[in-house]
Design a binder for this molecule. Structure first.
Ligand SMILES: NC(=O)c1ccc[n+]([C@@H]2O[C@H](COP(=O)([O-])OP(=O)(O)OC[C@H]3O[C@@H](n4cnc5c(N)ncnc54)[C@H](O)[C@@H]3O)[C@@H](O)[C@H]2O)c1
Length: 344
């Protein structure tokens, strides 16, 4: 692990995407050397350019697919990575139900190819982007890492299968150091306003949707259900600023230096906010009105979902710092400066 202490080179799969690009900023700012592998299936190389602008540093960008064993062999053959941060994957729940094979192929097979390349080149330190979707619809809040898994859609099952593959691998070869981070609801953008979430299609997630309504790209927000057993009847989620999330990854890297094995941590704030609370917070941050319409509940949505982040607080020495107001302000800055995303 001395490579990590010496700020060795980190491979970031999916580093052109929303969370991965913010991760690259944090890594470069912390002094790491970074290589990104991304096939740009849900991103553009403009985000890489933005990372380099805001950090005033360069990274090595490789536009290849994770499932391309030859490309991985060439990459691992020419570089000695200290660790891999594995963000690459497809993440749209609805799409995963419509085309499960594409999700298993991209997420599970892609991860297998990566693990094979890492094994072949003796790189055995990995941080994996898992998700609170592995918990499905839990009965008890807040959600701890011991809450029983029970994903209810193909996307969530790809994450859960990958977690099991990682556990099997680590059990077979104890030299592996694996951190599984289960994210709650990442939102927010880089403080510069030059880096943010840029969905290809109509956003699946609440925050980018609200932001696109505020900026005039979408006419209004449909809220799925206001009759949940929550304080105002709308669904409650644990929103976490992307900067806090990437800090959690740096903390996980430091943790792995001291702890071989496999560890699972929730990354959330531990606080739930309702859809209506988020709408009001975004209206306050933007000064714009968000037209809302209440429609029927959506199948598969939990009434509430929020983390117990105690384990990450204690073991990683990490804690989410940014509140909802800051999340909304940063998203609004990004959205105003880039109303059409990176493509504009
Ligand atoms: N954003 C969320 O709400 C959320 C929540 C929990 C977990 N996650 C997980 O975090 C990770 C990053 O999410 P994000 O929001 O940044 O998504 P994103 O779509 O913005 O980024 C993912 C990146 O991976 C790339 N990619 C996908 N398949 C690839 C492949 N086969 N080869 C190479 N590159 C590939 C895409 O082009 C994209 O740039 C994903 O694994 C996602 O499942 C995200």
């Amino acid at each position: 692990m001395s490579e990590l202490s010496n700020m060795g080179e980190i491979l970031v799969t999916g580093g052109a995407g929303y969370i991965g690009s913010h991760m690259c900023v944090a890594l470069l700012d912390a002094g790491y050397t970074v290589t990104v592998l991304d096939n740009l299936s849900n991103s553009t190389s403009e985000s890489i350019a933005a990372v380099q602008r805001v950090t005033n540093r360069t990274l090595d960008f490789v536009a290849d697919d994770l499932r391309d064993a030859g490309a991985l062999a060439r990459l691992f053959g020419r570089k000695r990575f200290a660790a891999v941060l594995h963000f690459a994957g497809l993440k749209a729940v609805g799409q995963s139900t419509a085309d499960p094979l594409a999700y298993y192929d991209n997420n599970v097979v892609g991860t297998l190819r990566l693990l094979e390349a890492m094994t072949a080149h003796q790189v055995r330190t990995l941080v994996f982007s898992s998700s609170a979707t592995v918990y499905g619809i839990p009965d008890v809040m807040p959600i701890t890492e011991d809450s029983p898994p029970g994903p209810i859609n193909p996307y969530g099952r790809t994450k859960f299968h990958i977690e099991q593959i990682l556990a099997d691998l680590q059990a077979t070869d104890p030299a592996w150091r694996i951190s599984i981070l289960r994210y709650f609801n990442p939102v927010g953008a880089h403080i510069s306003g030059d880096l943010g979430e840029d969905p290809n299609d109509v956003p699946n997630n609440l925050m980018p949707y609200i932001a696109q309504v505020a900026v005039g790209r979408l006419p209004g927000l449909r809220i799925f259900g206001d009759d949940y057993p929550t304080p105002d009847g709308t669904g409650v989620r644990d929103y976490i600023h992307v900067d806090d999330l990437v800090e959690g990854h740096l903390a996980a890297l430091r943790y792995l230096e001291r702890h071989p094995g496999l560890a699972i941590h929730n990354l959330g704030t531990g606080r739930g906010h309702s859809v209506l609370e988020m709408v009001r917070a975004f209206e306050a941050a933007s000064g714009r009105t968000i037209p809302c319409e209440i429609v029927a509940r959506r199948a598969g949505d939990a009434a509430e979902s929020y983390a117990d982040p105690t384990k990450a607080n204690r073991e990683l020495g990490w804690r989410a710092r940014h509140d909802v107001r800051r999340m909304c302000e940063d998203v609004w800055r990004w959205q105003q400066r880039h109303p059409q995303g990176y493509r504009a």
